[in-house]
Design a protein around this ligand. Structure first.
Ligand SMILES: NC(=O)c1ccc[n+]([C@@H]2O[C@H](COP(=O)([O-])OP(=O)(O)OC[C@H]3O[C@@H](n4cnc5c(N)ncnc54)[C@H](OP(=O)(O)O)[C@@H]3O)[C@@H](O)[C@H]2O)c1
Length: 239
């Protein structure tokens, strides 16, 4: 399936998996709406992409854990792009610690970003897809959404919830030709993994953000009739 001239909104597009996917989609001729909190990251990526590819790239800053900011940014980006075919709910945060050791504010922030942020952005973007009777939503969950582990109570709860949201929404909108998929990567070599102290091990054998971007493109190119609930991706680095 050719993605040329489609439009995609990517949350967390300034770094890591979101940035790698923006570059991969730009190579395919997809017009992009990029969202993150850090404007400098977005401006630099916008400059890089518009200097290389004949595509439109719009940017908007927002903290997706804030409903008002998320709604405003989605409205701005869809308004500038004129349509929306692909939504990549990628922005996320990770912190690990024993349940009693983590401050309630830290716990809440993880749920507020990874779950509520995904919900706020999706709620703001979905009406455009429903109106045009088609689209793809890809939510970046994690292996932590499939199995719990010690110190992961907040992160695992947030990613289990993203999988539940994905499955329910998939059933809700499939008759409108909207495909909702979740990807469940294990550790990927990004700033998030390094900052959270995840085992990176041998960097050459680690999954890179570009590898996840390739899987996202493959999922987007599946025939429109194919519905894939989740796609797991495992690093070669055993944990
Ligand atoms: N890396 C891994 O090992 C791994 C494994 C499985 C799943 N994942 C998931 O993959 C997704 C992307 O992670 P990554 O590893 O690529 O992380 P990353 O390199 O840290 O990038 C995260 C991006 O999200 C943005 N972001 C974070 N919080 C945000 C907020 N509240 N509002 C708006 N934007 C926000 C960040 O930009 P700003 O700071 O500028 O906002 C950044 O652009 C996350 O959902 C993560 O949980 C990662």
């Amino acid at each position: 399936m050719n993605l040329r001239n489609q439009t995609a909104l990517i949350t967390g597009a300034g770094k890591g998996i979101g940035k790698a996917t923006a570059i991969a989609l730009a190579q395919e001729g997809v017009n992009l709406g990029l969202l993150a909190r850090n404007r400098a990251d977005l401006e630099s990526l916008q400059q890089q992409l518009t200097g290389t590819y004949s595509i439109k790239v719009s940017i908007a800053t927002a903290d997706i854990s804030n409903r008002g900011e998320a709604e405003q940014a989605v409205e701005t980006l869809i308004g500038e792009l004129g349509s929306l075919d692909i939504l990549l709910n990628n922005a996320g945060t990770a912190q690990f610690g024993k349940l009693v050791d983590m401050a309630p504010e830290q716990w809440e922030q993880i749920i507020q970003t990874n779950l509520m942020g995904t919900y706020y952005v999706t709620r703001a973007a979905l009406p455009t897809m429903l109106k045009q009777n088609g689209g793809s939503i890809i939510n970046i969950a994690s292996t932590a959404g499939e199995r719990g582990f010690a110190t992961g109570s907040a992160y695992c709860a947030s990613k289990f919830a993203v999988l539940g949201l994905t499955e329910a929404l998939m059933q809700e909108v499939r008759k409108s030709n909207i495909r909702v998929t979740a990807l469940t990567p294990s550790t990927v070599n990004t700033e998030l993994a390094v900052k959270a102290g995840l085992p990176i091990g041998d960097e050459d054998r680690m999954m890179q953000a570009e590898d996840v971007a390739e899987l996202i493109l493959a999922a987007l190119k599946l025939p429109q009739r194919v519905f894939m609930k989740t796609a797991g991706i495992w690093t070669t680095n055993p944990q």
